[in-house]
Design a protein. Sequence first.
Length: 388
Amino acid sequence: MRNTPHYIPPEDHVAEQEEVYRLKNGPDRLTFRQIADRLGIHYEAVKRRYRLAKKRVQMDPELRRRLEFAGVTDFGSLHSGWIIDKDEKGAGQSLYFYFGKDDKALSTEEFLDAMRDEFSRIPKVRASKAPRVSEQDGVAFFPLPDWHLGAVVSEKETGVAYNRKIAVERLMEGFSSCHAAIPACGTAIILVLGDMTHANDDRHRTPRSGHPLLVEGTHHQNLLLACQTVCWSIDLALQKHGRVVVSFRKGNHDPQTPVAMLMAVRERYANEPRVQVADDEDAFFSFHHGRLFIAAHHGDGQKLKDLSLSVPYRFRKEWGASDHHYLFTGHHHHQKRDTFGGLHSYQLKAICALDQHANQMGYADTSGMSAFHFSATDGLRAEYTIRF
C-alpha cells in the first residue's frame, strides 16, 4: 500500500497557530527557538505559525466573523477577495477585503527574538571567586579607542602593515602589558570607545558620508572576532580585579556594532556577578566613584575643547560630588592633552595603524594603547602607555 500525505484539516492548522501564539505571548514568553524545541518542529515553522496567528488576532472582528461564516477558517493563504452574500435577484451585500502584501522580512519583534535566541546559546561563564585586591578604592581604567578591526593596510602603502591578525595581536599585546602595569584594584573598567570595527556592515562604507572602506572579512566574522577578543580581556581582568565594568560606545565607523557586542557579552557573563555590562544608549560613558569622575566620548562631531566644556553641564550631579574630573576621547588617532576648568582631557592614540587616507594626508603613525590607575579619593595615580 502506497503511503499518502497526511491531510490536516484547516481547524487543526488554526489550533497549531494559536498554540504557538499562546506560548509566545503567555506568562513564560518563550522565544521561537524554545517553542520549536518544545513542540519538536522546525524553527521556521514556528515563525510562520506565529505570523499567521498574529494575522488572525489583528484582523477586524467583523471581517473575521464574515469569513468564518462563509466557511473560511485558515487565513494564511488569504491576500484579497470578495465576500458575496446575495440572492438570485442580486439583493444582499458584497464585501471586498485586502490584507496587503505578506511581508517576509522580520518584524522588529521577530528580529529581537532571533537575537535573543542566538545570544542565549552563548556558553555562560561560571561565577568566580574574587581575588585579593591591594587597592579596594582603586580603579584600573582600560580605554580601547579606534581598533578598526577589519581594516587592511599593506606595508608597501604606509610602511606598517595592518590586518585582522595584526589587530588582534596588537590589542592582546597592549592589554596584557597595560594590565600587568596596573595594580589589583577594586574596579576595572574596559571601555570600547568607538570604531571597534572598521565597517558598520557589509556595505563597507562609512554610515554618514558613504566613504568607501577597504575591509577584510565579513561583518559577521569581524563581530565574532571582536567579541572573542573583548571576552579574553574581561577574563584576564577578572583574575586580578574585584569587579569589571564593561562598556561599548559607538563610533562614526560602527554606530551599530556596540549593540551586538553588548548583548553577546552580557549573555556570556549573565551568571558572573563581578562583571557589569553597561546597557545605556548615551554617546557619553560616565563613571563616578568616591571623589572620582570619569567621562568618555568617541570624539567625533566636536573638538576636544567643546566636548570638555559640555561635561560639567551634562553631568552636574557627578561633577559637584567629585574633586577629580577626567574626559577621554579618541577618533582623531593622535594624542592630545589639555585642562579646561578643572577637567583633565585626554585625546587618546588609536590602536590601529595608519591607513591609506591618513598616510596620503601626511600624518605620522602614532598608534598605541594606554591604561590609567585611579584612586577614588586622590584621582590619577599612574599612567602606562605602550607604542605599537
